[in-house]
Design a binder for this molecule. Sequence first.
Ligand code: ATP
Ligand code: MG
Length: 399
Amino acid sequence: MREVIIGYQGEMSLKGLNRNQFESALMKILRYRLKDAGRFQVWCAQSTFYIEPEDDAADLDLAFARVSKVFGLAAVSRCAVCDKDFDAICAAAESYLGQALRQVKTFKVEARRADKSFPMTSPQLMRELGAFLLSRHPYLRVDVHQPDFKVIVEVRDRGAYVHGPKTPGEGGLPVGTSGRALNMLSGGIDSPVAAYRMAKRGLALDHIHFASPPYTSERARRKVIALAQRTTVYTGSCNLFIVPYTRPQECIRDNAPPMLFTVLMRRSMMRIAGQIAQRQGCEALVTGESLAQVASQTVQALRCTDAAQDLPVLRPLIGMDKTEIIETARRIGTFETSILPYEDCCTIFTPPHPKLRPTLEEVLEAEAAMPDLAALEAEAAASAQRLRIRIDDQTELDD
Ligand code: ATP
Ligand code: MG
């Protein structure tokens, strides 16, 4: 029996970009994400995406796992394909879904006839296929309102597709159709969730991480690489820039009022991120900040951070509670890695009482007293290490 994956298009509208552009972007993403899963033919017809293995070596389980995490698809189904012939449809439904029907008490058939040359109408097909399945599974009852199981038949151009209930997709927009941004990835819980949320709105992402060896460890660095890797199932393969941040951070520690240390460091990180973003053609920065979560995330502190560089700073978690963020982190598979207890450069040198409402004036004044900082930042940006994080590359933390 031939088996294929069907993806149903979700929201795909944006003034200026047309449906064709979205569809070809999505097809390109699908092909790219399936590269290591075998040979697949990917095509789109009538707003539906078809992913068909070209030979037996293709890994349909991996392909389905990948496709169900591609933004832009509202739902996905794994189906049996057969000829557009009633007997063939009955045979396919029984052999593909018979096992599932033996596990339930009630069912219903849904049929959709996109190919109007098929001789039976949709209601006819539903009735007749339902009767056939009841004859094979006499213990079943039909429940059209709340069935335990749905048998779905779609008669389309290239064949009849038979499957069980659709699996919800991730929704959102194909990655890249909204441009490219640089995500500030800390190793905490929030920033991988921020990456997920912005990729969902169609942004292609690279990540930037600030490391301050020897204050931060090799394990902390590996944790961030692992986090970037976990998010690739949503973002696709990406770059991770690791910035050696020790010297700018020491400069701030040694020369600025401790109360302003955090906000000054945040601004400094933003400037470096801004430089790397410009170099990479990223049009925005993304952070995992959430209003009032910590001292650097008050409205006044965010104003100071925003003023450090010109790109828009996107903060998709700004209105989310920690419990909501954790829920998402668990669902997308980053939580367990995020809670590994390695230090982040944001948590070293932090003063006991950071200023909750810093003003831009006092922050600029403190920076004016650190004339060497800009050069140290430029040097850090120039010596950032670029790592390619690939979707098919599993980084395991071994301790
Ligand atoms: P996370 O938000 O990821 O859990 P956190 O809660 O410790 O980390 P903060 O330290 O306040 O949050 O940092 C807020 C945001 O700043 C992070 O979400 C992240 O986007 C960015 N950030 C913090 N530290 C770093 C770092 N070392 N490298 C890159 N970005 C960072
Ligand atoms: Mg946070």
